[in-house]
Design a protein around this ligand. Sequence first.
Ligand code: 5AD
Ligand code: SF4
Length: 466
Amino acid sequence: MQTKDIQSQTYYTEECRRILKDQEQEQGRRLTYFAQSSGCQMNNLQTESVCAVMEQIGCERAEDEHADVVIYNTCTVRENANQKIYGHLGRLKSLKKKNPRMKIVVFGCMMQEEHVVEKIRKDYTFVNLVFGTHNLHKFPEMFYHALLSDSQIIDIWKDSQEIVEGLPTLRKYRFKTGVNIMFGCNNFCSYCIVPYVRGREKSREPEAILKEIRELTEDGVTEVMLLGQNVNSYGKTLARPVSFARLLEQVEEVPGLKRIRFLTSHPKDLSDELIEVMAGSKKVCHHLHLPLQSGSSRILKEMNRRYDKEKYLGLVEKIRKAIPDISLTTDIIVGFPGETEEDFLDTLDVVNRCGFDTAFTFKYSRRTGTPAAKMPDQIPDDIVAERFNRLLALVQEKGRIASARFLGETREVLVEEKNRESGILTGRTEHNLLVHFPGPEELIGSYVQVKLTECKGFYYFGVLSE
Ligand code: 5AD
Ligand code: SF4
């Protein structure tokens, strides 16, 4: 069934290619596309799949919206991302007047919300194709219809039961990439829209994941990032359940792979088995992203996070004991409904005690349809802003101290890119710390030893030590 789906998409890909070739000949130039992704790493992967189709049908990537096809993959986790997309669309209207054949595609999480689609249908009639998060595998078919039609095509699926394997992708880096291991989320944290727009949790079969990673390593990939909203509950819903720790052990056996990362962990599901596997592994990077969200047990309960302050602190202690050099990063929300100064001080207390390398801090954003949006006592903007600034100052102060702990050491770095202006190379240590150092471009994609000579807060300067 899945293979048949993909096969029929190959037919539509060919048809799109034929139509665009005719247009190219008419216009006497290559057609271009522009694609922009907002939000999480999973969105980035989906955008890469769409880009792969665009290249297959013969379009060339453009640097900005002056293109024949403009594609936005949207995020709706926080309100400001939503507003940005309307701004982008507003600007596209005049570009489309100059190039009436321009096709505009908007997809992703925001499109799973009815009021958003209604607004696009009414106020942004020049958008050609709208789809959500569940039918990306049909992109060639939907785009084919959009090429042939002048009216707006909207195709939103409420949820999907199955996982379609074998989508094409176009990697940003030839040596590292993300790999989806699961989709959706069942946690229903009370502030979060994700379970509503991404649907119920579904895990890929371990065999499918391992096959993909084997193919990737044969194609030059040495670092993978296993992706899911809550990787610690991976495999629970499979016909033959497998734990995430067991999956990691299997991934570790793939020849040619050097580094394994994963995102995101939920503290409530992080098992001793996983800590043990991480501690004993040569490939699993010693970096854990463990969203705290709040340090107040009362607020955590209201958030439906199913752990409290003590449990989180205990977990961090256990992890540090088993993996002393671990890098911990986190997400924190400020100004959840009902948050008092005392609750907020609990958050500062946890930040003080955990030694996070980095914390991504967010002002609470009221998402229509989530339980928290209806809670009384929404916090006024000025109080949220004031707390946010205090938290940011502490996070930065602590982050500087934690990040500097490798100063003077020589560490292995995967070289990622060369800065065009300065000519300096940039890479990452296993702990996900950025390092800038002089060296030849040929090193991109390889692992080198770099002495970390200067810490600049969240990144290092270094020198090659071989
Ligand atoms: N408001 C603010 N931040 C949010 N996040 C998720 N939903 C919201 C919201 N409504 C944050 C959480 C999550 C990260 C991806 O986004 O911290 O871990
Ligand atoms: Fe949202 Fe919570 Fe699921 Fe993360 S675990 S995606 S915060 S509902």
